[in-house]
Design a protein around this ligand. Structure first.
Ligand code: FE2
Ligand code: FE2
Length: 184
Protein backbone atom coordinates (compact mmCIF):
# COMPACT_ATOMS: atom_id res chain seq x y z
CA UNK A 1 0.00 0.00 0.00
CA UNK A 2 1.14 3.55 -0.62
CA UNK A 3 1.88 5.71 2.42
CA UNK A 4 -0.60 8.36 1.30
CA UNK A 5 -3.32 5.71 0.78
CA UNK A 6 -2.88 4.58 4.36
CA UNK A 7 -3.22 8.15 5.65
CA UNK A 8 -6.34 8.62 3.50
CA UNK A 9 -7.82 5.45 5.03
CA UNK A 10 -7.08 6.78 8.53
CA UNK A 11 -8.82 10.03 7.57
CA UNK A 12 -12.00 8.01 6.92
CA UNK A 13 -11.83 6.55 10.45
CA UNK A 14 -11.26 9.98 11.96
CA UNK A 15 -14.16 11.48 9.95
CA UNK A 16 -16.50 8.74 11.22
CA UNK A 17 -15.46 9.51 14.80
CA UNK A 18 -16.13 13.22 14.17
CA UNK A 19 -19.65 12.33 13.00
CA UNK A 20 -20.20 10.34 16.21
CA UNK A 21 -18.86 13.21 18.31
CA UNK A 22 -21.10 15.67 16.46
CA UNK A 23 -24.13 13.47 17.18
CA UNK A 24 -23.25 13.36 20.89
CA UNK A 25 -22.83 17.16 20.96
CA UNK A 26 -26.31 17.57 19.42
CA UNK A 27 -27.72 15.33 22.15
CA UNK A 28 -25.88 17.30 24.84
CA UNK A 29 -27.20 20.56 23.39
CA UNK A 30 -30.73 19.24 23.65
CA UNK A 31 -30.16 18.54 27.34
CA UNK A 32 -29.42 14.82 27.19
CA UNK A 33 -26.84 13.54 29.66
CA UNK A 34 -23.82 12.21 27.77
CA UNK A 35 -22.32 8.78 28.37
CA UNK A 36 -19.01 9.82 29.98
CA UNK A 37 -17.32 6.50 29.21
CA UNK A 38 -17.97 7.11 25.53
CA UNK A 39 -16.62 10.66 25.76
CA UNK A 40 -13.54 9.27 27.49
CA UNK A 41 -13.01 6.73 24.72
CA UNK A 42 -13.47 9.37 22.02
CA UNK A 43 -11.03 11.83 23.63
CA UNK A 44 -8.51 8.99 23.95
CA UNK A 45 -9.04 8.08 20.28
CA UNK A 46 -8.39 11.68 19.27
CA UNK A 47 -5.29 11.91 21.48
CA UNK A 48 -3.75 8.60 20.49
CA UNK A 49 -5.09 7.50 17.09
CA UNK A 50 -5.62 10.90 15.46
CA UNK A 51 -2.89 12.99 17.05
CA UNK A 52 -0.06 10.83 18.34
CA UNK A 53 -0.22 8.20 15.62
CA UNK A 54 -1.75 9.79 12.50
CA UNK A 55 -0.39 13.31 12.90
CA UNK A 56 2.87 11.76 14.13
CA UNK A 57 3.24 9.86 10.84
CA UNK A 58 2.60 13.06 8.92
CA UNK A 59 4.91 15.29 10.97
CA UNK A 60 7.82 12.92 11.49
CA UNK A 61 7.77 10.93 8.26
CA UNK A 62 5.59 12.27 5.41
CA UNK A 63 6.16 16.03 5.68
CA UNK A 64 9.98 15.79 5.81
CA UNK A 65 9.84 13.57 2.70
CA UNK A 66 7.62 16.12 0.94
CA UNK A 67 10.02 18.92 1.82
CA UNK A 68 12.82 16.91 0.22
CA UNK A 69 10.92 16.80 -3.07
CA UNK A 70 10.44 20.57 -2.99
CA UNK A 71 7.09 21.20 -1.29
CA UNK A 72 7.66 24.24 0.94
CA UNK A 73 7.16 24.28 4.70
CA UNK A 74 7.28 27.95 5.72
CA UNK A 75 4.58 29.91 3.91
CA UNK A 76 3.43 26.73 2.13
CA UNK A 77 0.94 23.90 2.64
CA UNK A 78 3.08 21.98 5.16
CA UNK A 79 3.25 25.00 7.47
CA UNK A 80 -0.54 25.33 7.32
CA UNK A 81 -1.00 21.63 8.18
CA UNK A 82 1.39 21.92 11.15
CA UNK A 83 -0.46 24.90 12.58
CA UNK A 84 -3.78 23.02 12.17
CA UNK A 85 -2.30 20.12 14.16
CA UNK A 86 -1.28 22.56 16.93
CA UNK A 87 -4.72 24.12 17.03
CA UNK A 88 -6.25 20.62 17.17
CA UNK A 89 -4.13 19.77 20.23
CA UNK A 90 -5.52 22.83 22.02
CA UNK A 91 -9.09 21.73 21.32
CA UNK A 92 -8.37 18.16 22.50
CA UNK A 93 -6.85 19.55 25.71
CA UNK A 94 -9.95 21.72 26.27
CA UNK A 95 -12.23 18.71 25.66
CA UNK A 96 -10.23 16.68 28.20
CA UNK A 97 -10.50 19.45 30.80
CA UNK A 98 -14.25 19.84 30.29
CA UNK A 99 -14.64 16.07 30.55
CA UNK A 100 -12.87 16.11 33.93
CA UNK A 101 -15.40 18.71 35.11
CA UNK A 102 -18.26 16.49 33.95
CA UNK A 103 -16.77 13.45 35.70
CA UNK A 104 -16.57 15.40 38.93
CA UNK A 105 -20.25 16.26 38.65
CA UNK A 106 -19.80 19.88 37.59
CA UNK A 107 -21.40 21.31 34.47
CA UNK A 108 -18.74 21.16 31.79
CA UNK A 109 -21.10 20.34 28.94
CA UNK A 110 -21.11 23.82 27.37
CA UNK A 111 -17.30 23.88 27.43
CA UNK A 112 -17.09 20.37 26.06
CA UNK A 113 -19.45 21.06 23.16
CA UNK A 114 -17.63 24.32 22.30
CA UNK A 115 -14.23 22.61 22.16
CA UNK A 116 -15.58 19.56 20.32
CA UNK A 117 -17.38 21.71 17.74
CA UNK A 118 -14.21 23.72 17.11
CA UNK A 119 -12.24 20.52 16.69
CA UNK A 120 -14.79 18.96 14.32
CA UNK A 121 -14.79 22.02 12.06
CA UNK A 122 -10.99 22.33 12.10
CA UNK A 123 -10.30 18.66 11.38
CA UNK A 124 -12.87 18.35 8.59
CA UNK A 125 -11.33 21.23 6.68
CA UNK A 126 -7.81 20.00 7.53
CA UNK A 127 -8.52 16.53 6.13
CA UNK A 128 -10.04 18.04 2.99
CA UNK A 129 -6.90 20.13 2.43
CA UNK A 130 -4.66 17.10 2.89
CA UNK A 131 -6.72 14.78 0.71
CA UNK A 132 -7.29 17.24 -2.11
CA UNK A 133 -4.15 19.39 -2.10
CA UNK A 134 -1.12 18.23 -0.12
CA UNK A 135 -1.42 14.48 -0.68
CA UNK A 136 -2.14 15.04 -4.38
CA UNK A 137 1.10 17.06 -4.61
CA UNK A 138 2.89 14.26 -2.75
CA UNK A 139 1.47 11.56 -5.01
CA UNK A 140 2.71 13.48 -8.05
CA UNK A 141 6.20 13.97 -6.62
CA UNK A 142 7.05 10.84 -4.60
CA UNK A 143 8.44 7.80 -6.40
CA UNK A 144 6.93 4.36 -5.86
CA UNK A 145 10.06 3.34 -3.91
CA UNK A 146 9.68 6.36 -1.64
CA UNK A 147 5.97 5.64 -1.05
CA UNK A 148 6.88 2.08 -0.03
CA UNK A 149 9.72 3.25 2.21
CA UNK A 150 7.40 5.74 3.97
CA UNK A 151 4.74 3.06 4.40
CA UNK A 152 7.28 0.78 6.09
CA UNK A 153 8.36 3.61 8.40
CA UNK A 154 4.69 4.17 9.32
CA UNK A 155 4.37 0.53 10.41
CA UNK A 156 7.44 0.82 12.64
CA UNK A 157 6.21 4.08 14.16
CA UNK A 158 2.78 2.63 14.81
CA UNK A 159 4.25 -0.28 16.74
CA UNK A 160 6.53 2.01 18.72
CA UNK A 161 3.96 4.69 19.50
CA UNK A 162 0.77 2.77 20.10
CA UNK A 163 1.74 -0.91 20.18
CA UNK A 164 0.53 -3.97 18.32
CA UNK A 165 -3.23 -4.51 18.40
CA UNK A 166 -4.14 -1.02 19.58
CA UNK A 167 -4.86 0.20 16.05
CA UNK A 168 -7.35 -2.67 15.56
CA UNK A 169 -8.93 -1.92 18.94
CA UNK A 170 -9.54 1.67 17.82
CA UNK A 171 -11.22 0.40 14.65
CA UNK A 172 -13.50 -1.79 16.77
CA UNK A 173 -14.34 1.25 18.89
CA UNK A 174 -15.34 3.18 15.74
CA UNK A 175 -17.65 0.30 14.76
CA UNK A 176 -19.20 0.00 18.23
CA UNK A 177 -19.89 3.71 18.60
CA UNK A 178 -21.15 3.93 15.00
CA UNK A 179 -23.82 1.34 15.63
CA UNK A 180 -24.78 3.13 18.84
CA UNK A 181 -24.93 6.70 17.48
CA UNK A 182 -25.10 6.61 13.69
CA UNK A 183 -27.53 3.85 12.83
CA UNK A 184 -31.12 4.87 12.17
FE1 FE2 B 1 -2.71 16.34 9.24
FE1 FE2 C 1 -4.05 13.70 8.09
Amino acid sequence: MNATDQLRAEHEGILTMLQILERICEQMNSGKRANLDHLDQIVEFLQVFADKCHHGKEEDILFPALEKVGIPREGGPIGVMLSDHEQGRKYIRAMGEALEELKEGRDGSGEFVRAASGYIELLRSHIMKENNVLFVMGERNLSQEEQTRLFDSFEIMEQEKIGVGRHEAFHRLIDELSSEYLSG
